[in-house]
Design a protein around this ligand. Sequence first.
Ligand code: 5IU
Length: 449
Amino acid sequence: MQAREDFLLKAYELGIIKFGSFTLKSGIESPFYVDLRPLASSPQLLKTLSNNLLQLVDNSKLELICGVPYAALPMATTMSLESGIPLIIKRKENKGYGTKRMLEGVFHDGQNCLLVEDVITSGKSLVETIDEVEKEGLVVTDLVVVLDREQGGIQRLEEKGYNIHTLFTINEVIDILFKYKRLDEGEVKKIKDFLSMPPQAPSRKRTPLQDKEVQHPVGKNMIDIALRKKSNLIASADVVSSLELINLAKGIGDKIVALKLHSDIITDFSWDLVTELRTIAREKDFLLFEDRKFADIGNTQELQFKQGVYRFADWVDMVTAHPIAGEKSFDVFEPTGVVAIVEMSSAGALTDDYYVSKALNIAQKSADVFAVVAQRQVPDDLLLLTPGVNIDKKGDSKGQQYNTPKKVFSEYLTDFMIVGRGIYKANDPVAAAEEYRQQGWKAYEDSLS
Ligand code: 5IU
């Protein structure tokens, strides 16, 4: 007991826990802040801590040790040195080149790996980490954690069948610091009140379509059409002949907000087709959306957009483009609306968190971009379009991954869903489009409350 208290007081002097008012990543105001990284500044404390963590588990079955970056990395390294159990390193992000591994080091399938974490709160991020480690073929049975913030994390992991061993709980830390007069009664009360009733993160609510602050005329038009038709459906018409395309457009035109095209897959593309599509779009009140996915420097994109066989600039309302070539590459599409692709739906897409945040940044800065394609919630000043939606299927054999309309509207707060094969491959595409329109609009309305 004395040794634990002694350790904690020394760690406290290093500054691993601070009291005051701190805004956490979740947006919650917390009266204390824990950061175990300074521990590495005292080799002696780090060693003591690592040995204490090792004593929490039965070492005999462990074959590898892995720390969750960054605070736990020095702890895991020390535990490896002290125990002789090999260390592996987990990346925070896939480095994007060379090997695709998330784990570095020597290991093989089926080895038991102990995970080391500094602090557990809700346990959500630890579950994700376990997932990533297990995907690499390793077995996770045990986890050691220095501090439990007592916000449900332990239960979450135990429910999933993991053995989780913690050194301290936050209440115990507070009690020890109070006992040794590092905290006064008022501070303890504030912290204990916070711990017994942790405030909910400010939940991000959906802004109804009519209240969206979208400036671009094409974006405004999309919203108006959606409200007129009670539809948030964009049909992806990935058919390869003019006849099929025209029939589809005529059949489902009054149920959709936009018809998404890949003009380069139409075998008999012609200007007659364009003229006819324009007429149907006007009659049935939908937009023409070319999913060209431009991904070149501005000058080349401009040529691809305005010249060549398709001359998109002359007839489409909106186009997709990758932000990969930077913000200025978007300038060439005006006045056509640009939908920036920030995240793709297919398995193994390189659009990881880092890419998505940089891409969103570029999309927000460009006046020509009014919407993005993504598989997650995005800032409110952009419309969110989500493909990979299917009521019956989970995916295809070529990497596509599907969600239900309910999931994209309630979880990602998507504004418009994009449906391809769910409609054009259906026995009755018109009935399927109506089914998707109804499900999509209901899911949107449900997500407003
Ligand atoms: N599409 C995706 N995922 C993406 C992007 C575009 O599926 O991340 I960016 C396109 C591809 C296809 C349509 O044209 O959306 C989806 O068709 P299916 O519903 O048939 O899978």
